[in-house]
Design a binder for this molecule. Structure first.
Ligand SMILES: [Zn+2]
Length: 321
């Protein structure tokens, strides 16, 4: 696939990163319709795509890239978890491809995320208003890094809104509960779930022969992990299971292709957040004044630091009730 990358027409939504003969990462370009990363896996006679970005347009480019690079239609699409920046492009691959997720992920997509999408479509005026308000906040923001990130978020939101009327909520057609293997003529890949950490159910794609894992948002590279729907302790347990696999290269859910080093950083981050909040609760201090620790100053998704603190705070104080 490597030499075909140079002749691919390209996409404004992602950069292609060749990491093995069988695996190419599609790394999201901030502020476009991608938001999350995706991957293209060539099993020889079978082409697999992992995650489908945040918009139809980005997914159409992903499909074009996968077909061009592998010379085959996309047979399987894997959704690592239900979040919309990993699943919104599903419709582009239907009906040629089967869409695969864990059964829990499909259940959530068939209930919570379906209802949320309906609400989005009914409240587009309000959503545009929120986007306009964010734009005003951006003008006033003095921190350059934060300002850039907010501008990316704003641009991504606008891309999402543009395609929202055309979005057809497209559910996985095949589900699994622990392990599933797809066998191709050159490669086999394993779809594995160790339960839910980042969301209620997270899957990874493991390519043993190349020592590669496509982890969805269980691992982010130089981005604040997102704990909004997380179970932090389970997340740590899951990452320990991933460490037991023979993995050298990781395609993370956001950020550049990385290694176990970044997986360890995510573990450190989750542990830190839990420690910071626990200490604040024990000494009766508010979490509002807590600043982003120095080691995360160059990480993106800065605004998630506060929401992560609140999430863990709510969990801890609820436990104590
Ligand atoms: Zn996610």
């Amino acid at each position: 696939m490597k030499n075909r990358i140079e002749t691919f027409r390209g996409s404004e939504h992602f950069r292609l990163n060749h990491i093995a003969d069988s695996v190419i990462a599609a790394i999201a370009i901030p502020g476009t319709g991608s938001l999350g990363n995706a991957a293209i896996i060539d099993l020889g006679d079978t082409t697999v795509v992992v995650d489908t970005f945040s918009t139809i347009q980005a997914a159409e480019d992903l499909k074009a890239a996968a077909e061009y690079l592998t010379g085959n239609p996309v047979s399987y699409v894997i959704n690592t978890h239900w979040h919309s920046d990993h699943t919104s492009g599903n419709q582009v691959f239907i009906p040629t491809a089967q869409i695969i997720s864990t059964s829990t992920t499909r259940e959530i997509m068939d209930s919570f995320s379906r209802d949320r999408l309906t609400k989005y479509k009914e409240n587009m005026d309000q959503m545009y208003q929120a986007i306009d308000e964010l734009e005003e906040q951006i003008q006033q923001e003095t921190d350059e890094k934060l300002k850039r990130e907010m501008a990316w978020e704003n641009a991504s939101d606008r891309e999402f809104m543009k395609m929202l009327p055309n979005l057809v909520h497209s559910l996985p057609t095949i589900t699994f509960d622990q392990l599933m293997t797809i066998h191709g003529s050159n490669r086999s890949i394993q779809l594995i779930t160790f339960g839910g950490g980042h969301t209620q159910s997270d899957a990874i794609v493991y390519i043993p022969e190349d020592k590669i894992a496509v982890t969805g948002d269980l691992v982010l590279s130089k981005h604040h992990p997102v704990l909004t729907h997380a179970n932090p302790q389970e997340w740590l347990n899951i990452l320990e299971q991933v460490e037991l696999l023979d993995v050298e290269t990781i395609v993370p859910g956001h950020g550049e292709v990385c290694s176990l080093h970044e997986l360890h950083e995510v573990k450190g981050y989750i542990t830190n957040i839990m420690k910071i909040v626990t200490e604040a609760v024990q000494s009766n201090r508010s979490i509002d004044e807590i600043e982003v620790p120095k080691e995360y100053h160059d990480w993106y998704f800065t605004t998630y630091f506060k929401t992560n603190l609140s999430k863990v705070h709510a969990m801890i104080t609820k436990l104590e009730d």
